[in-house]
Design a protein around this ligand. Structure first.
Ligand code: CMP
Length: 144
């Protein structure tokens, strides 16, 4: 099924100049980027985005980290792309992430694990709406 996923390169990906490398992986896989923007996340947006972790001991650190430098927020489109992107991203704890996954290849620390990707169609819908207006999402056809 055609799906859209919300993907975000976290501050460590930006500061370590890994944005291009990670975007290339998605493009080379054949996925379609339909929206991309670099932005500073407000504290309010960070708390909303990570609402499900509100009670966790790491919540404050998570909010201060994600607001500490710009992120690259994006929407990626493709057939069954939500689970495919999660596979490409790898486990939350990069030490458990398989080699060949984005986290397995570029991260070591759970708090600084490079990238976020929606875990279900419902989260994708919620997260895309939090970060993008409909008019910022580009519809276009790729050549065959
Ligand atoms: P992500 O899965 O994108 O969204 C929730 C984030 O919380 C997760 O990435 C980690 O970056 C962060 N996180 C999860 N567990 C911990 C932890 N034990 N300590 C610090 N950060 C965590």
């Amino acid at each position: 099924m055609m799906e859209r996923s919300f993907v975000m390169l976290k501050p460590d990906a930006v500061l370590r100049r890994l944005m291009g490398t990670v975007l290339t992986r998605f493009e080379e896989r054949g996925l379609k980027l339909v929206a991309v923007k670099m932005m500073n996340i407000s504290e309010e947006l960070a708390k909303e985005h990570y609402g499900e972790h509100k009670e966790k001991p790491f919540f404050n650190d998570l909010v201060s980290y994600i607001t500490s430098a710009p992120v690259l927020a994006m929407v990626i489109e493709g057939d069954d792309c939500i689970s495919l992107i999660r596979k490409m991203v790898g486990a939350t704890n990069p030490k458990e992430a398989d080699l060949g996954t984005i986290r397995g290849d570029y991260a070591l620390d759970t708090g600084r694990n490079i990238i976020h990707a929606s875990d279900s169609p419902a989260s994708a819908k919620r997260e895309i709406a939090l970060f993008f207006n409909d008019s910022e999402i580009n519809e276009y056809a790729l050549p065959d």
